[in-house]
Structure formats: C-alpha cells, structure tokens
Design a protein around this ligand. Sequence first.
Ligand code: GLY
Length: 568
Amino acid sequence: MRFLLIFGVAIGGLLSACAQQPGYQLHPYDYTTEKNITVPNGAVVSAHPLASQAGVLILQQGGNAVDAAIATQLALAVVYPGAGNIGGGGFLVAHLKNGKNITIDYRETAPAKATRDMYLDSAGNPITQLSLDGHLAAGVPGTIAGLFASHKYGKLPFSKLIDPAIQLAEKGYVITAQEAKNLNDTRNEFLKLNTAPTAFVKDIPWKAGDTLVQPELAHTLRLVQEKGMAGFYEGETADKIVAEMQRGHGIMTLADLKNYTAKERTALTFQYKGKTIVTMPLPSSGGICLQQMMMMVENYPIGKWGFQSPEAMQLMVEVERRAYADRAEFLGDPDFVKVPVSKLLQPAYLKQRMADYQPGKAGNSDQTKAGLIKESEQTTHLSIMDKEGNAVAVTTTLNGHYGSRTVVGKAGFLLNNEMDDFSVKPGVPNMYGLVGTEANAIAPGKRMLSSMTPTIVLQNNTPIYSLGTPGGSTIITSVFQTLLNSLEFGLSPEDAVNKPKFHHQWLPDVVYVETGFNEASIQALEAMGYKVVKRGPIGRTELIRKNLSSKKLEAAADKRGDDSAAGY
Ligand code: GLY
C-alpha cells in the first residue's frame, strides 16, 4: 500500500514521459526480475530490471540498439550504483545493420599527475589501499564521453535517452534485498572515504523495498542533458570533481577532465568454425585472450567430448593457462606500449603453445613468466538486439564494488578505483600475491589493462549472439565457456549462462570451480594432478541469442544476481 501511494504521487512524471508508448513502462516501485524471455522484436538484458526496461522503452520509442544501450547504461548508473556508473568507464562492441562492426573504448585514463610509483612507499613497497580506496584510486572517468561517442550510431536525441535515468534518480526507486545488503556492508567505507554526505548512507540499515532517491545525481544528469559532454567534463560538474579531489588529496585536474577522449577502435574479429566472433581489442585483454583460447581449442573434438567432461575441462584449463600467461607478459595500452598482437594470434604460434599439452596430465605454471591477474569483480554487462538487425554488447566498470566508494560531493556519483588495474609495481607481487609487468605500468594519460570482453557472434553477417559478463579476471574465461557452451555443447541460452563455471588464470596454478560444481568432474581433474578450489559465484553473464529458425530473440539473465531481461 505504501508503495502504491508513493508510486501514484512520485511516478507521475515518469509515466507521463512515457505516455505516448503503450506497452512498456517503468515501474520503479513495483518491479520483478525476468530471467528468460523469448520475444520477436527487441531485447535488453542487464544487471537490473529497471535498466533493462529503460532500454526497451527506448526501442519502443523508435530508438535502435545503440540508443537503448545508452539509456540502459545511464539507468544502471542510478539503479545499480555498485557498478553502473558515470564515474567509471567501459567498452562497447556493436554489429550495425549496415554490416559494420564497431568498438568504442571509454576506459579511464591515469591523470596527468600520475606517476609509475605513486602507490609505493619510500622503501618501494606497495601501499595496498591507495590504489583501491578513495580519491587517489580514481582514473579519469570515460563513461559520458563513451556514451556521446556511441550516440553517433543512434537515432534518438541524447536528451531523450537520459530521461529515464533522470526520472529514476529524481523520484527514486525501491531497492532489492541484494542492494540493501551491499549498501549496508559498505556503510563504514562510505563514511570513511567521503568528504560530504551521500545518498547511500542513512541512519538505520537499508532493507529491501526502501526507496533510494538521488537528487544530486539527477542534477548532474540534467547538466549532461542540457550541455552535452561539457555538462560533465567542464563547468559545474568538473569543478565539483576537482573540489572533491582537493578535499581528499586526489590528483585529477580540470585539464584531465577536459582532455579525456573516448576512442573508436577497430574491432577484433576472427573465425570459429564458420562463425565470426566480434570482440574488444586492447586496452582490453579480453578479445586477444578469447581469440587465443578459441583458436587453441578449435582443432580438438571438444563438442564430442561433451559439456564439462574431464577431457573438455582439461583442455579448457590448459588453454586458459597459456592465454593468461601471455596476457601477463605482453598486454598493455597499445597507445603507450608495443604489443605483438599479430604474433600472439598466429595459428603457428598458438599451435606451438600447445606443444607441451598432455591429455590426462596436469600442466603447471612454473615455467611461465611474470603476470598480472586481478580479482576485482564489480563490473557490469548489458546485451541488446533490436528488430533492425543491430546488436550491441557493452561492459562497464567502476572496478571494485562501488568503485573507490568516494562520491563526488554535491554531484552524487561514485568515482572508480580503476587505477588498481594498472600494475602497481611491475615485476613484484601486488596485494593479491600477483605480479605485473612493465607493459601495464602507470603513466600519465595511459589506459589500464582490462579484462572486459563484450562479444558478438555473427553467422553469415547476422548477429546470433550478444554476450558478456563482469568478474575481473574471470570475465574472459566466463565468456569463453559461455561461447563453448553454446557453440560446441549445444546448451540453451539459460543453461549456457547459469550452469556452474570454472576458471584458471595461470597464477595461482589452481582450477577454481563454483560451489555446486559436479563432484565427478572435480575428482577427474584432481586425478590428473590439478589443484581444484571451490569458490563463490563466477560472473553474471548476460546473453541474447537470435534463433535463426524461429527468428525470435532469446534473452537469458544470469541467475547469480538481480539481472533481468526485457523485450517486446
Ligand atoms: N576492472 C575490471 C576490468 O576492467 O577488467
């Protein structure tokens, strides 16, 4: 009853904004998750029901998948503050109806005052919290620049695309049990790492069904609506970011913000058994590692071996080991370091990499070189297909949960802690006991290496899959497994997304399996000599498949979170 009353008063504006559109409407005070849908026209799947619905609203208003991706990301910045963002960055991969593949890189950059050793103490040891907590951990945000760079492929005015997010921030929405728990768990850090009160802290604990209203964020979004990119990177918002930096001993300046540019990069494309995989190039390591792993398994009868058979799992673990070792050694921002991309992707090189693969016997990582693998898992993915034939896959991140946990005073948005994705001290284990290389060392203006792997699969130039996931270092192996689940093992979208996942990242030399993994497979791996460790959920994969027989879109939202599909 309480929700209905609030709904009636507060949501009037939002509903009227959508009044021309019969069918789809946002219900911020009364919504449920939809895990699996099959629809004829357009589908959106993301980490939050309201964000997916905002995307479909835009499709129904005549927008295409790129428009919907922009609206969904902006809505996520409001309704999924742990990872949705305007203070972070991301990557968009799209296949457009004209046959073109595009990618947009809006990864954060190191501020101009950043230095290679900025997170080391006078003895040269990493000060672990500095790259993770608070003002100094933030890279220059790329999201708003990325949305405007994407917009040239959209159809509707930007002011319309941002409207659902503004309404959700202004009028509020009810939070889920998971969001309430996350906000409560982070309360002390919000109090410690902020210089001004934030919308995320209240006197009594949050609970499911509470309304989160974010007037300061709404004001920032309105500035972007009115002034475009300048509403974020210049003027009032930029001044607030720099004032926040000055209060919290950060180093980001007005010039850093004004100079930020998103970059359109050539998509990484490769063939896999008659299908074209379209994915993200550097500064994501995701595309290169995915291509390496797919090419290394291609010549084995993995489909015949079967889903999570010991033979298939061992092969997948061994190709993961090799790809992650290369990631650690060679990959970094291509605008700053020379990366031997074509060599890493040569069939002969990859065949050679597998020369010491021994079926039935565990390999080991002792012979390999230093690397950087991270465990920051708070990122978020959305997939969209529209009725025109456009497909979009977007992964964005604040890095850690709620990023640096620092909100820009009076501007209402969280800043990322993406600086921790750099190799804080090349060649020396970081706080996770992992090591990095010079290729990913900090330098002013440089983009930190990412694992985000938004990916699209084409058959005869028609998009048949759009997928991706959060999960830090597990992103690449989750996308790899979801692709093989679909293309080799014939799993439905729902099973491809939800069946337990496993992960090997070269170092530590361990096969991680999700709790609930089938015991027979674990025992078979252990008998081969692998160390198997059970862990919590791996990723939150979002997938849309275009069924070429029925011509329908089948969208699957990961069961591991509040993820939800919407469509029409
Ligand atoms: N922050 C996670 C990633 O970009 O890989």
